[in-house]
Design a protein around this ligand. Sequence first.
Ligand code: 13P
Length: 251
Amino acid sequence: MRKNIVAGNWKMNKNLQEGIALAKELNDALTADKPNCDVVICTPFIHLASVTPLVDKAIIGVGAENCADKVSGAFTGEVSAEMVVSTGAQYVILGHSERRAYYHETVEILEEKVKLALANGLTPIFCIGEVLAEREANQQNAVVAAQLASVFSLSAEDFGKIILAYEPVWAIGTGKTATPAQAQEIHAYIRSLIVEKYGKDVAENTSILYGGSCKPSNAKELFANADVDGGLIGGAALKCADFKGIIDAFK
Ligand code: 13P
C-alpha cells in the first residue's frame, strides 16, 4: 500500500539557526504526538548536516530541495546527490516549478537529476504542475503528461522508489488552492498514466502529493480524496503549529 506523506519545502527561508530551531520544535512536537503519516522536511543545503542528527529518523525524514545533474567535478556552486546523502538526508525535491521557471530546468536535465538521486539512494519527490494560462486553456493534463517524461524513462523498479507531487503553479504561494475535486481529478489522471506505463500495482503504490497553498484549514478535505496521498507544503511548513496542523489532517 502506498504511504501518506506530508513533506515541507522550506524553499530559501530560514538561516541556519532558525532552521535548527524549527527542526527541533517540530521533532519535539511530533515525538510528543506521533504522526499518522510519513513526515519529511526539505531544507536548504546548508541546513542538512545540522538538521539530520537533530530529528528522530523514525518520525521525520530530511531532504534537499535540489541536487546537481552531474556526478562531481568542475561545476562551481553545485551540490551533488552523493553530497546530499553524506549529510544523512534521504530525500530530494526535483522538478519544482520554481526550478523549472527560474533556473531553466528541462525534462532532460531533470531526468539526469532523478537518475543520479536514485543511484545514490535518495528518494526523489518529483514535482509536476501547470501554470495558470495552461489551466485556463484546459491543457493541464497534457502539461503533466509531458513533464512525467523525466521519470517515465525509469525502470518499473526505480519508478517505484519515487514520490510524485502535483503542484499547480497558480496555487503556489497565492492562497488560491485547487479545489478537492480539481485535485482528485488530475491526481486520478496522473495515476492512470502510471497504470498505462507501469501497470496497476506500481500505480497503486505510488504516493501522489498535492502542493499549493495547503494549510491546516484545507488539508483534511484535500487529503480525503482517493488519489491524494498527502501534501508538499511551502509557506505553512515554516511554522511548527501550521505544519503539524496539516500533519494532523491524517488523524
Ligand atoms: P505554498 O504551500 O507556499 O503554496 O508552496 C507550495 C510549494 O511550492 C511546495 O513545494
